[in-house]
Design a protein around this ligand. Structure first.
Ligand code: NAD
Ligand code: UDP
Ligand code: UDP
Length: 343
């Protein structure tokens, strides 16, 4: 099922025939903030396929209705146009709190709003969880480690973040979101889960996302120069979105309440990654170095022993398989964009 990205409810119905629900899975009310975004929409698919009632709250800042359109009209699905900075009164069993821009150009576009979303928005979701007794999973990030001095990064590392730099609105916003989660857990007995998500890619990433995977693939497909920011010796480790969704669901279902890294530990320099994409797409793009970005973390690789031990989780999808699916997705998106321009 993960090999395809179905676009219609019919395709889902066909896929569902082969889908076996995990044992012990029960019908419950799930809320996903940011559910119209890249990661959120894949999570929506998985929870809908498992037979849950799913409520998405999204303000469509970086998300799109198109990502969840195949569920619109389904009796178990509800899409609420809602900005999470405002209170939300609904009744749910579990909350996946994913609302927040995730790509650096998006979160730097309106830094104050990014901070409000991650602080006030998180307070609202914790307040909701407290009122209805729901479990809440907060989507944190590897950015809480900043430009790390410890490599690879275990959850016990406190991080190295510039509190007033251009990335601070996101990094510090997420750090406060974590602090809030444990304050509500201690003081109000809210049942919290914290996922520290590392770089994730796959179909439904936004075309203008500005992150390295979408930039490099689109540049290669359009036969434009592939842009490396700075020397290209900085590293990242990339996980495919279906692995992340497995990890989020396993974390929610577990009894483990401390932060858990979810990422793929296979590390590449950005220079290596550019060559891989160029070879994979197979067009004669050049690779060029452009100016470095400020405060760019130089190394990033998750230590996933905690997720392995407590969730029995580790990534399964090889990078090349995930990249092939993503290249195919961007090819279709480009064709769609060209078609729309002509009409
Ligand atoms: P995305 O931009 O595709 O999705 C974010 C969603 O949140 C969008 O649908 C957007 O419209 C919505 N949103 C933003 N502000 C909102 C607000 N104020 N109210 C309601 N909705 C709002 O990003 P993504 O990659 O799917 O990321 C999802 C979550 O995972 C984010 O919290 C992000 O910080 C976290 N994360 C992602 C990655 C990654 O590599 N994709 C890495 C680390 C952490
Ligand atoms: N909140 C919400 N939905 C709810 C319950 C609370 O959005 O179902 C918001 C509420 O607006 C409040 C925040 O969550 O500002 C924090 O709630 P809490 O109960 O901790 O704080 P209080 O209401 O006491 O300020
Ligand atoms: N990057 C790059 N070229 C691009 C986009 C990003 O060289 O067109 C680099 C960026 O400087 C960083 C890495 O790729 O070192 C990952 O960047 P991204 O914005 O995807 O995510 P980050 O992990 O920095 O949040």
């Amino acid at each position: 099922f993960n090999d395809i990205v179905p676009h219609t409810t019919h395709q889902y119905a066909a896929a569902q025939v082969n889908e076996i629900s995990p044992p012990g899975d029960i019908h419950s009310f799930q809320e996903i903030t940011g559910g119209a975004g890249f990661v959120g929409s894949h999570l929506v698919d998985r929870l809908m396929m498992a037979g849950h009632e799913v409520i998405v709250a999204d303000n469509f800042f970086t998300g799109r209705k198109q990502n969840v359109e195949h569920w619109i009209g389904h009796e178990n699905f509800e899409l609420i146009h809602h900005d999470i900075v405002n209170p939300l009164y609904i009744e749910v069993d579990e909350i996946y709190h994913l609302a927040s821009p995730a790509s650096p150009p998006h979160y730097m576009y309106n830094p104050v709003k990014t901070i409000k979303t991650n602080t006030v928005g998180t307070i609202n979701m914790l307040g909701l969880a407290k009122r209805v007794g729901a479990k809440v999973l907060i989507a944190s990030t590897s950015e809480v480690y900043g430009d790390p001095e410890v490599h690879p990064q275990p959850e016990s590392y406190w991080g190295h973040v510039n509190p007033i730099g251009p990335r601070a609105c996101y990094d510090e916003g997420k750090r406060v979101a974590e602090t809030l989660s444990y304050a509500y857990a201690k003081q109000e007995k809210v049942d919290v889960r914290v996922a520290r998500i590392f770089n994730t890619f796959g179909p439904r990433m936004h075309m203008d996302d500005g992150r390295v995977v979408s930039n490099f693939i689109l540049q290669a497909l359009k036969n434009e120069p592939i842009t490396i920011y700075g020397h290209g010796k900085q590293t990242r480790s990339f996980q495919y979105v279906s692995d992340l969704v497995d990890g989020l669901i396993a974390l929610m279902a577990s009894n483990y309440t401390l932060p858990v890294n979810l990422g793929n530990p296979t590390e590449y320099t950005i220079e290596e990654f550019a060559s891989m994409i160029k070879r994979l797409v197979g067009r004669p793009s050049t690779i060029k170095q452009v100016a470095a970005v400020e405060d760019d973390p130089q190394r990033r690789k998750p230590d996933i022993s905690r997720a392995k031990k407590y969730l029995g989780w580790e990534p399964k999808v090889p990078l090349m398989d995930g990249l092939q699916k993503t290249v195919h997705y961007f090819e279709e998106e480009l064709q769609r964009a060209t078609h729309d321009q002509r009409n």
